[in-house]
Write a protein that binds this ligand. Sequence first.
Ligand code: ADE
Length: 226
Amino acid sequence: MRIDIITIFPQMFEGPFSHSIVKRAVDKKRVEIFLHDLRDHTTDKHRSVDDYAYGGGAGMVMMIEPVDRCISILKAKHNYDDVIYLSPDGNLLNQPMANRLSLSKNLILLCGHYKGIDERIRKQLITKEVSIGNYVLSGGELAAAVLTDCIVRLLPGVLSDETSALSDSFQNNLVSPPVYTRPRNYKGYEVPEILLSGNDKKIDEWRHEQAVKRTEERRPGMLKDQ
Ligand code: ADE
């Protein structure tokens, strides 16, 4: 998979992409991630990417020209499954959406700023709008990093045990059951006996029961979706 991220803060991705699973995926060549500084696609000497809103009002608006120029350059070289705009009013990211996006070959992610982006970008250039939650971030960068992370970990060969993404919370509409590791007894807090029994069938049943119980308690709506 190839992911092109258009941003005015490419440095913001250095941390999230240079550790852990995303780094491993890049090292294993399961994904190529390219960061594009939107200011490199401006033509004025101030490298401006924003301007005042027509009709007045507070806040600047991201201009269409640099975005269009950058996307056109990318599209001339690659076919993209989607051009995604990260926006608080986009479709809420969930596991089924991440699963679907992980089947893409090439994606463009556009990170917005200021009061928003010129509506013509959304209408003409964007094919999907994604929100990572009902709250407002200072820009789309953190959202793009979250989206990239949850897609990339699903790519074949990225997680060492390929089944481990399948047993994640939210796959099969269940959150994960509780897990324990050594010591068996910590200050009187015991590991549930069943996990020490060696009976794989019983352990699987217990884990399933626990996952259902937790889902009922924490995400009751999710069970109804099944
Ligand atoms: N940009 C600002 N807030 C956002 C959010 N919650 N999700 C996606 N992009 C955003």
